[in-house]
Design a protein around this ligand. Structure first.
Ligand code: DGJ
Length: 685
């Protein structure tokens, strides 16, 4: 029996073999599915008599020693959980697999469906048996890997340095991407790719797994001794965390899988489309954020003056960052006390918000609801509300503790507190921060890390139901970027590094999964507060141009020339953002290349924006041609350079055929180090 699910261009076929098991016989382009068949095995002397290789909902006991779907045991008898062969069915375009342990009564249900070309895999467990069962681990998605996948690709990083590519050979063994810190973290989050050796940005086979989950996770690529590979994505459970009693059910986080023959750009566009469909389509106003302009030094008069200057250069949303609430003069106090500080804002936030509105801007506010400072009224009133309670001497991070969102009273309190702010003031946007890892993830000694994420999701869902407010997911920068939080928020703060050179790679890495328009990209001060680098304003603008643009630089510290360039950059962003935010971001150069060459091609392909960023002095004077991608080879295009400073602003480059632009490329000098070029491409025939 064969069942199939169909995406836009891809399909999946599952076949019940003669062995009764569920074999993935196809995951690839629909038009090639006539080639669907089982993996072939050569039986060697030491092999099982009937080699089976990895299947869907795999189980041990018949000579397959890879990763099983679920591992657990009966708390009473110690008997291990063992699934019988699955039933397969096709239901409303989905493939549904069900397997049960007939003795313990644990039923696993896995559903494979397409969202566009993103394969979504959702798994749930139902306890239909008589006695409690402890589940050690259970896969959301567990797939046989394509045989061409011989390299694994993840990213590594730290605070301010998110998104460093990490490519590794995967000819043997296991490569894991694990997050135990309670939030996805700076180290790549729940994303793992495999590819063949010749895969790059625009060419070659590439497959990426992503778990839509902001809590502890494990992704893995594991090669068995028979050479076959498996790809795994799952929520990571702590010891004792998942115990099912009769009648219990758990829905595991959904995994998304993208497969492309067009390198990482192909995979990205599959994720981007899926995440766009799940989210709100918004016009992205230019932000002014107070953080790098003022840090904790925010006052009514100071912010009103800042708002006026921000509006003059074109900001459309003024975001009051950290430092506005009761007693908060530095990062050591007051989290949890979400009332306006009467010394800094003696009349509440109303005068500032009125001034912001008078300048034609919206108002946004920074909050960090999941946290509490030991030095706060909230902690003094409810010391038992923190994660780890009743441990004493809890380890702080950025001088703060974590509220236990598994507690309903904590979630209710936060909803009431945030609602009071949103009801009192016209706040259209919250920057929702989370500045430390979520430890110790336990209450009364019982591990509960996943409940923290479940609680956060519930709180966000209720808040969004009750209020019309956009939310940015920030976790000391890019510490919480995943499709689970993306479904409940509207924007990501990708890093605390506003250094434009570092940001090119940070934005690129986040854009593997996330739509570029959701990635906050701010023009920071010079010298940059984190790296000390002095980067020209035009380069800083171009680095922000391909994301959701904002400003953190103090306008008072800009030269006239910088201010003029910034105003022009913001105007251009406003002119082009609508189509750019619906378009596809394509990388035309490898991550390590200099210059970086990227394009955004509009949804209908009628226009594109080419950005060329030179970081260092060229190694050699001879410059390689810039070969474009994503155009129609048979169409004609007009290319116009846009200058951010100087006169005139538009410089005609010429009219060319798409095929020539892509095959031969443009001979363009990318310029000196730390300069960039922006070229508008218009289809003319
Ligand atoms: C970390 C964020 O990433 C920064 O942008 C800023 O909001 C600070 N927290 C404020 O404490």
């Amino acid at each position: 029996m064969r069942v199939r699910a169909e995406g836009e261009t891809l399909s999946v076929i599952v076949e019940q073999g003669e062995d009764g098991l569920a074999h993935l016989v196809w995951f690839g382009p629909k038009c090639e599915e006539a080639l669907a068949q089982h993996a072939g095995f050569q039986r060697l002397p030491a092999s099982p008599d009937i080699p089976i290789g990895p299947t869907l909902l795999p189980e041990h006991g018949r000579g397959f020693h890879g990763i099983p779907q679920v591992e657990g045991w009966c708390i009473q008898s110690g008997r291990r959980l063992k699934l019988a062969a699955p039933q397969i069915a096709q239901e409303h375009g989905k493939i549904v697999l069900r397997a049960i342990d007939p003795v313990l009564g644990i039923e696993v249900k896995s559903r494979l469906a397409f969202d566009g070309d993103a394969l979504t895999i959702a798994c749930s467990l139902d306890h239909k048996g008589p006695t409690p069962v402890s589940i050690e681990r259970v896969a959301s998605a567990l797939l046989p890997s394509p045989d061409w996948a011989v390299e694994a690709f993840t990213s590594a990083g730290a605070w301010g340095r998110e998104g460093t590519p990490a490519a590794r050979d995967w000819s043997a063994g296991r490569i894991e991407q694990v997050g135990r810190s309670g939030r996805p973290g700076f180290d790549g989050g729940p994303t793992l790719s495999v590819k063949d050796t010749g895969s790059y940005e625009q060419t070659g086979r590439w497959m990426t797994l992503h778990l839509a989950w902001s809590g502890p996770f494990r992704l893995a690529a594991e090669r068995a001794t028979d050479g076959s590979g498996q790809l795994l994505a799952e929520r990571l459970f702590a010891p004792g965390e998942l115990r099912l009693t009769p009648g219990d059910r758990i829905d595991l986080p959904t995994a998304l899988v993208a497969l492309s023959g067009s390198g990482s750009n192909g995979v990205s566009s599959i994720f981007r489309n899926s995440i766009r469909r799940a989210g709100r389509r918004l016009r992205r106003p230019v932000h002014f954020n107070t953080w790098e302009a003022r840090y904790f030094d925010v006052t009514e008069a100071g912010c009103i003056a800042l708002a006026k200057k921000a509006a003059e250069i074109g900001a459309e949303r003024f975001v009051l960052d950290d430092g506005w609430f009761k007693g908060r003069r530095n990062d050591q106090t007051s989290l949890g006390d979400w009332t306006v500080d009467a010394n800094q804002f003696p009349n509440g936030l109303t005068p500032l918000i009125e001034a912001v509105h008078a300048e034609g801007m919206e108002f946004g506010l920074w909050v960090e609801p999941e946290m509490v400072s030991p030095d706060s009224d909230l902690y003094r009133a409810h010391p038992d509300w923190v994660l780890g309670w009743p441990e004493t001497d809890l380890a702080t991070g950025r001088h703060q503790l974590v509220l236990d969102l598994a507690l309903e009273e904590v979630r209710d309190h936060l909803l009431t507190t945030l609602s009071a702010l949103l009801d009192s003031y016209p706040i259209t946007y919250l920057k929702w921060d989370c500045n430390r890892d979520l430890y110790p993830a336990s209450r009364e000694g019982i591990a509960n890390p996943g409940a923290q994420t479940d609680g956060l999701y519930e709180l966000l869902d209720r808040l969004r139901e009750a209020h019309t407010v956009e939310i940015e997911s920030c976790a000391s920068g890019g510490g919480r970027i995943d499709a689970g939080i993306a479904a409940r928020t509207d924007r990501f703060w990708t890093s605390d590094a506003t250094d434009a050179i570092d940001r090119l790679q940070i934005q690129r890495s986040a854009a593997l999964i996330m739509p570029h328009e959701r990635l906050g990209a701010h023009i920071g001060p010079s010298p940059n507060p984190m790296t000390g680098r002095k980067i020209p304003m035009t380069f800083r603008i171009l680095a922000a141009f391909f994301g959701h643009m904002g400003i953190e630089a103090d306008p008072d510290h800009l030269t006239d020339a910088e201010r003029m360039a910034l105003k022009r950059g913001i105007d251009l962003y406003k002119t082009h953002r609508d189509w750019m935010h619906d378009g596809q971001l394509l990388h035309a150069s490898p991550a390590e290349a200099d210059p970086h060459v990227d394009l955004i091609v509009s949804a209908g392909g009628t226009q594109a924006m080419l950005r060329i960023m030179r970081i260092n002095t060229p190694m050699r004077p001879t410059q390689a041609r810039i070969r474009l991608i994503g155009l129609d080879p048979a169409s004609h295009y007009r290319l116009t350079e846009i200058a951010l400073d100087g006169d005139p602003m538009l410089w005609p480059i010429g009219e060319f055929e798409g095929a020539g632009l892509m095959n031969q490329g443009l001979s363009l000098d990318p310029g000196r180090s730390q300069t960039g070029r922006l070229i508008h491409i218009e289809r003319i025939g």
